[in-house]
Design a protein around this ligand. Sequence first.
Ligand code: AMP
Length: 439
Amino acid sequence: MLFSELGLSPEILRAIEEQGYSQPTPIQEKAIPLVLSGRDLLAAAQTGTGKTAAFMLPILERLKKFANTSVSPAMHPVRALVISPTRELADQIGENVKSYTKYLPLRATTVYGGMNMDPQTQELRRGVEILIATPGRLLDHIQQKTVQLNKVEVLVLDEADRMLDMGFIQDIRKIMSLLPKERQTLLFSATFAPEIKRLSNDFMKSPQTVEVARQNATNDQVEQIVYQVDGFKKRQFLAHLIRQREMSQVIVFCKTKLSADQLSRDLKREGLQAEAIHGDKAQSARLETLAAFKEGSLRVLVATDVAARGLDISELPYVVNFEMPNAPEDYVHRIGRTGRAGAKGVAISLMAPEETRQHEAIEKLTKQTLTPLPSASLWPAAPTPAPRKREVVESGGLIAPTSKGEGLKQPMASRRSRKAKREIPALLLPPRYKVEMIR
Ligand code: AMP
């Protein structure tokens, strides 16, 4: 199927073509016509399936008739409200909307906590058609009367299961009760827990259900590997793994903010570029770290489940579970950071003996067997160094001064091969040294 067959306007088609989307994803194929028809929608879609465009493109199509360039705030009331559990996901949706509205004069803004409210208030006062918000900060704006929601036509609850996990249920119910009764409601969730069903019964009108992946399924594009590693050996094992697999980028998951901080410090000490993101970090620091990771200048992003929720880093090749999550659903979310939009990915879990209970829960939820490999299968065996590689690359010579002060062309290879003879055999060294020698 083509995007042009889905009833979207040329302005939108042009914008998504520029994003490199050639074909709708399955969730887009199913959800776009339904959203365009004005129906309420209950969608089970895994992360990375293209769900943001699945709701945002038809919303833009529906709001297109209101697009205008007037400077009057009254001409730009909030007509679509998107609620996101985390700041990072809100930011990401905001970025997507920016690119999708490139050829449409519709305004959008993103508001979340941890940031000064004043610039957000100014944006809201100027008027926006599309508002993306986290629940707490939205309620702050509502309370301070800096936002009016009486013209909202479409409400999106994104990653609703996570909002409930994070204890936002009361906030969500409150926000929903403040919106016009006549509206379209779209609820996206990775899983349909009973509480999600209750929410939909209370606030939605005969919603259509769309499901693109088996509930609690993991993505087939992600290769899953589990290593049995004692807790105290995990840090060294991880540093070795990153180097041995030559991971250019990896998100490493920890259960707590404390262990994320500790691990990023340890990896730095191991000589790896690593930073942690979690809820205790200032928003500006989180955004800076995320931007560095996205542009590839940061190799290891250590994250807690909450901070990493909804992160979309294109072509992220690796995810590592440094600690097994307590809730098996988090495993599905974590490994969903890789293998996005059809790309291949690898998810590696480090399981300590005391984490077998979590491992079993993951197997049960995802209905698959994840046989743990002994850590010895990777450790201490390391690839044999390839000492000649750099010599081949550095084919040029070197001008070495002679005793007479003249320059003499001396091939680099011969200098290096002399040096190589002095090297300690790699297998006598602990693994991390072995690996460093080849780099
Ligand atoms: P999401 O599930 O919304 O987080 O999207 C995951 C990634 O897929 C994002 O980087 C989107 O830009 C990308 N994406 C969404 N729709 C398509 C499409 N039809 N073709 C290619 N990439 C897409």
